[in-house]
Ligand binder design. Structure first.
Ligand SMILES: Cc1cc2nc3c(=O)[nH]c(=O)nc-3n(C[C@H](O)[C@H](O)[C@H](O)COP(=O)(O)OP(=O)(O)OC[C@H]3O[C@@H](n4cnc5c(N)ncnc54)[C@H](O)[C@@H]3O)c2cc1C
Length: 510
């Protein structure tokens, strides 16, 4: 039996942040990861010799990473090379309509005016003012708060904040609230899509998710070497601070006694003791017996409604017929049907919207020959229910690439240059999820407030990642990693278990 002070289960972005921050503060940290490399959903698939970013591709909210890197004595730009994109995203429809949104507001305003007329441009202006205010008022009391509650929100928001919330119709769904701003159905469709960043349907997500549009308008960056470079940067920083990484190792049980965490048991039977454990897997796994079966409180975690999964194709091929930007979204005309298929009928969409990340674009270097692509359509999280047939997958694939062709984009795909990932594969990679990629669906205005917080009901067991507060997405999960590290620190200080075992670079430890 070996001894480890803090054990972090999972090297998703949240686990990496927690481990690095705690090690920086002098804690002895062991990070246990089932996969053979760090990053979790931030993963690379090698296709025909080319590493393709096959998880998150849109890097936003850099202020969160600025804060995190600062807290460990370094800077984001010293650790990864990032470039701000001029075009945030290119949107296309089958009849040839196109709309680019830009990091520069005035350019987006002109583009909207050309696309939908001056009145809609005025509406876009009104919308932008609203989401700016909304984002500003919600950032402190919600995103940065360790444990937002209705009462704290009401107090923290103040009169101005509450007025802002009321003005968007905070209790109604995103689709209806967007209808207060846009008449053009394609603008509605475009801005409604932001709910899918939280794995949710615009018809069920709360109006507050409209602020995700502001997150993108504040800036989208590309990361040199792909998003995986971010995970590798944290791995490097964590190693330098003494974190002990154990890859290809699965935790089978979190050991508890009398409501306190004792350590973990690995799949080979080895037991590691710990004063605190951070669990970075999907917290749905806790309700499926990852906690000790003798802990009769483990079933207190009810499995909530799952968020979206995805069907993805990582491709290394030549393209033609469409001027790809880095981020491209190809829309169809029956938008609601897509979400009805997924959430009501639990089947792959008959009319999928297709996202294409062209990873070699958005730089000054022109693309020649083959290029790296991630194509993604939303899918139901049914990777563990045996509902997905090969026939359904092939049919969805055919419709997805037919939509791209209709918009002019041809991809020279072969079985050799394409790797497909289904909800079944995502379920295998991320246990207990059915392939859901964003934790619980953000359906209903109360969900953001009731999401599980960093402290669990077991003393010394903390939770981190996209399935807990403040929610999914790389920056939000990173923020939850910070919150879990702070919760561990508070717990160990209260139990007087903290004796720094190392210092890093002479930094103060407390
Ligand atoms: C295809 C795709 C596209 C996305 N697009 C974007 C995007 O553009 N922008 C954005 O911000 N977000 C995006 N997301 C969401 C984002 O990737 C996630 O919200 C975020 O990365 C989740 O991080 P996490 O900390 O929750 O950990 P995860 O990435 O979920 O990693 C958890 C880790 O824990 C490990 N683990 C779990 N259980 C055990 C165990 N018992 N023992 C050992 N190890 C275990 C797993 O192997 C895994 O490595 C996307 C996700 C996917 C999959």
């Amino acid at each position: 039996m070996s001894d480890a002070r803090v054990i972090v289960i999972g090297s998703g972005i949240a686990g990496l942040v927690s481990a690095t921050q705690l090690a920086h503060q002098g804690y002895a940290v062991t990070l246990i990861e089932a996969a053979d490399s760090p990053g979790g959903k931030i993963r690379t698939v090698v296709v025909d010799g080319a590493p393709i970013d096959s998880g998150p591709t849109v890097f936003t909210m850099r202020w969160i990473f600025d804060q995190i890197f600062d807290s460990i004595g370094t800077q984001l730009e010293s650790e990864v090379k990032i470039d701000a994109l001029e075009v945030i995203a290119r949107h296309a429809w089958g009849d040839g309509a196109r709309l680019d949104l830009y990091s520069e507001y005035e350019r987006s305003l002109d583009a909207v005016a050309q696309f939908a007329g001056l009145e809609e441009a005025q509406n876009f202006k009104r919308f932008c003012e609203k989401i700016r205010n909304l984002y500003d008022v919600l950032q402190q009391p919600f995103i940065q708060s360790a444990s937002p509650t209705m009462l704290k929100m009401v107090t923290g928001l103040g009169l101005n904040g509450l007025t802002q919330l009321a003005s968007i119709g905070a209790m109604s769904n995103l689709w209806n609230s967007l209808g207060r701003y846009f008449k053009n159905p394609r603008l509605l469709q475009l801005f409604a899509r932001y709910s899918t960043y939280c794995g949710s349907s615009p018809w069920q997500a709360p109006a507050t998710l409209m602020m995700i549009a502001q997150v993108e308008m504040d800036g989208v960056w590309s990361v040199l070497g792909g998003m995986h470079a971010l995970a590798r940067a944290f791995e490097r920083l964590a190693l330098a601070r003494g974190v002990n990484f154990r890859y290809n190792t699965r935790v089978e049980k979190i050991l508890t006694k009398d409501g306190r965490v004792l350590g973990v048991q690995l799949s080979g039977g080895e037991v590691l003791t710990a004063d605190a454990v951070i669990f970075n897997g999907d917290h749905a796994a806790l309700s499926e017996g990852l906690l000790s079966p003798h802990d009769n409180q483990s079933n207190q975690y009810k499995t909530p409604e799952r968020s979206l999964s995805a069907l993805t194709w990582s491709i290394n091929a030549k393209t033609s017929g469409f001027d790809l930007s880095r981020h491209n979204i190809f829309f169809q005309n029956h938008y609601q049907q897509e979400f009805d298929d997924i959430f009501k009928h639990q089947r792959l969409p008959q009319t999928p919207t297709v996202y294409v990340c062209a990873q070699d674009r958005g730089t000054s270097v022109p693309v020649e020959g083959t290029e790296k692509l991630l194509c993604l359509v939303n899918a139901p999280a049914i990777g563990d229910t045996h509902q997905l047939t090969q026939e359904a997958i092939e049919s969805c694939e055919k419709k997805s690439f037919a939509l791209l062709s209709q918009c002019g984009l041809e991809i020279d795909r072969t079985s050799r240059n394409t790797v497909r990932t289904t909800p079944v594969d995502f379920h295998r990679l991320f246990p207990a999820t059915g392939g859901a990629l964003y934790g619980q669906a953000t359906h209903g205005w109360i969900v953001p407030l009731t999401r599980q917080k960093a402290n669990s009901h077991i003393k010394g067991l903390m939770l981190a990642g996209g399935s807990v507060h403040p929610g999914p997405g790389v920056p939000m999960a990173a923020m939850s990693g910070q919150l879990a590290a702070a919760a561990v620190k508070a717990h160990l200080s209260s139990t007087k278990k903290f004796h720094p075992v190392a210092t890093y670079g002479g930094m103060s430890m407390r």
